[in-house]
Design a protein around this ligand. Structure first.
Ligand SMILES: [Mg+2]
Length: 315
């Protein structure tokens, strides 16, 4: 058993390690050294930086072991390219360098490498260094997920939603695509809390959010907006399409028998607004979208609840 192996497997395991080296012998040696550690489900190999970039584009990778000297796209050029790409920036890269090459080690670290291992490598050291980077990566991923997720419902939180709304709005403007936005609120939620208790209220929040999530497309964005308010962002859907979706969500909630409610139904009111893809005034903002949907929601409440109202934008 290589040294270090005994410390492994304290509850985390990565999807895949990417080994980038022009020498098949080195790649094989690394794979054989790491496989017993069971740190990853898969070990993927690339012969140069270009092939490595192609793999990154195709599948999730947790840690990269990368040779510095390779024909074609070498380790430094690969580092520059991947660290310049937001989606890949968080993946730790451990450089494989020659024993004496201190300058290259320093240059690699300055270019964004997380660590280095000298060749010929020591198995125990290799495992230990890879393990540290995997653990950091997984903790970083967990933190990122926690920072954008609502703790109770596991949907996105409001902060993340506002970021997505802004970027989707910018995109819709740029490409003249429609963008629809729904804000919905559970009717008489206070009464549910008062008569069934807060735990039951929480359960209803979780159940409603799950129903909403499963009623929309995978690339639509669902978030908890406030206490009993949720939002749905529907990119590239016009008003007619979004109306159909919002109506479907309303109906599914109203027709669902919620557990713990003693047969009492749960309903939602919804306000919808669609940005048509063009803003001749050039003055439209996401705040105006939210305001209009909020207004529509207010009218739905005033109009008797368990209903959808459509907001208008002044363009
Ligand atoms: Mg090489």
């Amino acid at each position: 058993m290589p040294p270090g192996t005994a410390l492994l497997n304290d509850g985390f395991k990565g999807q895949a390690l990417l080994i980038v080296d022009d020498s098949p012998t080195v790649r094989r040696g690394i794979r054989i050294a790491l496989e017993p550690s069971a740190l990853f489900n898969e070990y993927v190999e690339a012969k140069d930086g270009l092939e490595a970039l192609r793999i990154l584009n195709q599948r999730p990778i947790d840690v990269i072991l990368c040779d510095v000297e390779m024909p074609g796209l070498d380790g430094f050029k690969f580092l520059d390219l991947m660290k310049g790409t937001p989606e890949y920036r968080g993946i730790p890269v451990i450089l494989l360098t020659g024993l004496e090459n201190v300058e290259k080690k320093i240059a690699g670290l300055e270019r964004g490498a997380s660590d280095y291992v000298t060749k010929p490598f020591d198995k125990g050291e290799l495992i230990a260094r890879v393990r540290v980077q995997l653990k950091l990566k997984m903790l970083q991923d967990q933190l990122r997920i926690a920072s954008i997720t609502d703790f109770l419902t596991k949907q996105f939180n409001r902060r993340h939603f506002m970021e997505v709304l802004q970027s989707e709005f910018d995109r819709a403007l740029r490409y003249s695509n429609p963008l629809s936005f729904v804000i919905l609120d559970i009717d008489h939620f206070k009464k549910i809390n008062d008569s069934h208790g807060h735990l039951q209220g929480d359960r209803v929040l979780v159940d409603v959010s799950a129903l909403v999530r499963s009623s929309v497309r995978s690339h639509d964005v669902v978030a908890r907006y406030g206490g009993e308010e949720f939002v749905i962002l529907l990119p590239q859907i016009d008003e007619a399409g979004a109306t159909a979706v919002a109506e479907k969500v309303r109906r599914i909630v109203a027709e669902t028998a919620f557990s713990g409610m003693d047969g009492q139904s749960v309903t939602i009111s919804l306000g919808l607004v669609t940005f048509p893809g063009k803003d001749p005034s050039g003055k439209l903002t996401v705040d105006a979208l939210i305001h209009s949907a909020d207004d529509a929601l207010y009218r739905a409440k005033e109009g008797g609840r368990n209903r959808l109202e459509i907001g208008k934008l002044t363009l």
